[in-house]
Design a protein around this ligand. Sequence first.
Ligand code: F6P
Length: 553
Amino acid sequence: MPAHPAVLTSTPEWQRLKEHRKRLDGVLMKDLFSEDPERAKRYFTEGAGLFLDYSKNRITDEVLETLFALAKSCNLEARREALLQGRPVNVTENRPALHTALRNPGSDAITVAGQDVVAEVQRTLKRMETLVDDVLSQRRTGFTGKPFTDVVSIGIGGSYLGPKLVGEALQPYAKAGIRCHYVANIDGTEICETLRQTDPETTLFLIQSKSFQTQETLENSKVARQWFLKHCVDEQAVSKHFMAVTANVPAAQDFGISSDNVFPMWDWVGGRYSLWSAIGLPIAFTVGMANFRALLAGAHAMDQHFREAPLAQNLPVIMAMLGIWYTNFWDAETHAILPYDHYLRSLPDHLQQLDMESNGKSVTRDGTALAWQSGPIIWGGVGANGQHAYHQLIHQGTRLIPADFIIPLKTHNPVATHHADLFANCLSQSRAMMAGKSLEKARAELVAEGRSEAEVEQLAPHKVIPGNKPSNTLTMEKVTPETVGALIALYEHRTFVQGVIWDVNSFDQWGVELGKQLGKGILPRLLGDNSDRPASDSSTDHLIELFRSNGNV
Ligand code: F6P
């Protein structure tokens, strides 16, 4: 596996970046714009149908050159090849992370443990095609012969967020006839509300779980099966209405799903990178297989861009290194994802899991404690709604919050001047973040309003917007299967590049295991087991008692 500099913070590149950071203290982006009329053109790049304006960042040519030099000193190019060629980059589980093979159109073989994964992926796509076409064309029906009208996808985390995001994003391409529902949480409300909206005769259940061991998914699936059997006593009918996507075929069979109704997952695909696999079936049911393949093609175009474009023009690399710049040199703790598009409203949720589960790590690949910050908090929401909520803190709070604005140039729903209004809102925010408002300007505005001198002095400091807040603006012609594929793949690679710089394993998630283990001990006590279990802390014990004494046991 390609090496990493022993101590990242002692590298000459890191030291140079610290000096650049000092030199840029007090330098305002708005002055950099005034000094260089070409700035917007110089800090603009495109790839796979996406356009990136990164000029509103605290950068100079020297900063960028040093960031790319740092990437090279961390062996980014070799590490990227190791990822794409299927080497075991997930070092704690000794597995490759081959989500890129899921969107490989099929020409180059990639072998894992003697098996050509590209051929296996293509076979699975064919099976998905047959199923989706049969359901959409009503050749495949429910147990009473009625066509399917609803698909209920039961899965959580990576087996949920990606398909839900893309299913929503591609609504303009939705086929008539099938409604997709998503059930993730162990909160019974979710499954009950969903079942209330569906009819057992016309509902297809997709159990989506790589491990087929996830409590939330299994418990919800059992409720769905009981509900189904209440309406249809014939156990055989389960096979017409329940399908699974999993790497654990025996567990799916134990649940009662026949092997021809099981679609494969592989241990070389991480859950949060799995929407491109059969986990994407809800997407395919929503928009049809041709659009699903177009989504894969868009992601593949981004994979090629990532592999081939020079670092200085490479969208994932540029965005990743800007993130490193703010996290490690400007102490930014969070990064905001701000899609200005209703169809992309779930993008922050998906990217939150993608990035925080991947890079929320505290040790290097060889297990040494990190002496630098790793993944930031990823959060966000749809614009312009956020402007009337949390943007206040972005503009005037004490923290530095770099943001990505994401907006298509054209809308699927032209109405009145809405799209221009939306675009203006988006641009106004990135401009306000960058330019801000000085004390003098605030004073002048108050004077122009006819305020008294005392009022001007009292109010002006509250109206100052410090500005100099960094942002990227990502755009595309339209939200299409191809551009959505490219957009998600862009963030996957951005996450990978940052993991390379921080030297963490971006493909495991041991941190989520402890809560699962502890939950197994707590549940029996909530359900009334009084046997001598190892004591919890007094807070947990007290809350367990409170739950039990409130009529739950
Ligand atoms: O608990 C986190 C997690 O392990 C995610 O990584 C994963 O996407 C999710 O649970 C669901 O896992 P599975 O697909 O195995 O049910």
